[in-house]
Design a protein around this ligand. Structure first.
Ligand code: BMA
Length: 308
């Protein structure tokens, strides 16, 4: 077992939230001072999503803030594009700021918003960084050739939905886009893949924990896998682990708001070489497990498949 589930999962549910919500899932996580900060998604009772904030000293016991952290914008360009809700946040720390990417839903489709915070008290929307039909944007916590880099997942008519990379000089204008990783036919991720947790730097490469989806007669199954990207050039994928590292097995992953889902938006590397991986169980609760980063990198390298 590469990932050891925390034995008191789920770590956060709707019962821990002081305002009415139906779910707590797909949370971005980072360390801020001596705390773990979690920005989690909740379905409201309208069915539309908002983002809440929870904090913890140990990464396992979280306390939810009284008020939601981000609700759909009420003014400016963001108002038009967040009308149906904000979802699936990812957080990274770069150049003194925490960058939050999130899905913005509206009658025009789904696109990605980028917001910034320095203190987790105030949050400022920076830009909408894709057009419609994008989800799952994770920004690398370092620059390459002086450019910011991100992995993303456009929706496409032609190929199964795949992972792309893009670069930006200023976080606002993005380009040099290339497809770098595809699903494999008749394989656990054959239907679509997408970036999950923001990439984690290891001595052997950037570890990309992603999700893959398999279609069954009983609906889609969401699982997690890992890929390793070159440290200097993250568009080069060194290897992709052939097998999944986590699949829905516990009751809280098999049944919920959407059954058979484990979906990650964040993982926190620790100084002892372990990593805490956080995932939404069945789109309803938040879970955590631990793994050794070395084991995950070995998993990529020892039983790998081609990225494209
Ligand atoms: C995806 C997204 C995720 C969700 C998953 C499983 O398309 O909507 O937010 O966790 O489906 O329902």
């Amino acid at each position: 077992m590469l990932i050891k589930r925390y034995d008191k999962n789920p770590i956060l549910t709707k019962d821990d939230v002081p305002y009415p919500v139906a779910t707590v899932h797909n949370a971005g996580i980072t360390k801020f001072r001596d705390r773990y900060m979690m920005i989690f998604r909740s379905h409201q009772l309208s069915g539309r999503s908002i983002l809440g904030l929870a904090e913890s000293k140990d990464g396992y016991h979280f306390k939810v803030h009284e008020k939601p952290f981000m609700t759909p914008a009420t003014e400016g360009i963001f108002k038009e594009y967040e009308e149906y809700g904000v979802e699936d946040p990812r957080i990274i720390f770069l150049e003194g700021e925490y960058l939050i990417t999130y899905s913005a839903y509206s009658r025009h489709g789904v696109r990605i918003g980028l917001a910034k915070t320095r203190d987790f008290k105030t949050v400022e929307r920076f830009s909408l960084i894709t057009e419609a039909d994008y989800r799952n944007v994770v920004i690398f916590p370092e620059k390459f050739r002086g450019l910011y880099a991100r992995l993303d997942r456009p929706h496409s008519e032609i190929s199964p939905w795949s992972i792309w990379i893009s670069y930006s000089p200023d976080l606002k204008y993005w380009g040099e886009s290339r497809l770098i990783m595809k699903p494999v036919q008749y394989h656990w991720d054959e239907m679509k893949i997408g970036p999950g947790a923001p990439p984690i730097k290891t001595s052997r490469g950037w570890l990309n924990i992603y999700h893959g989806v398999f279609p069954t007669m009983d609906g889609s199954v969401y699982r997690l896998g890992v890929a390793l990207h070159d440290l200097a050039d993250p568009s080069k994928i060194i290897s992709v682990g052939n097998e999944w590292i986590l699949q829905p097995e516990e009751v809280y992953e098999i049944t919920g708001y959407v059954h058979n889902v484990v979906f990650t938006c964040g993982a926190v590397p620790e100084e002892d070489g372990t990593v805490k991986i956080y995932w939404g169980g069945a789109d309803k609760v938040m879970c955590v497990g631990t793994a050794n980063l070395d084991d995950l990198v070995d998993h990529c390298l020892n039983n790998s498949r081609k990225p494209v």
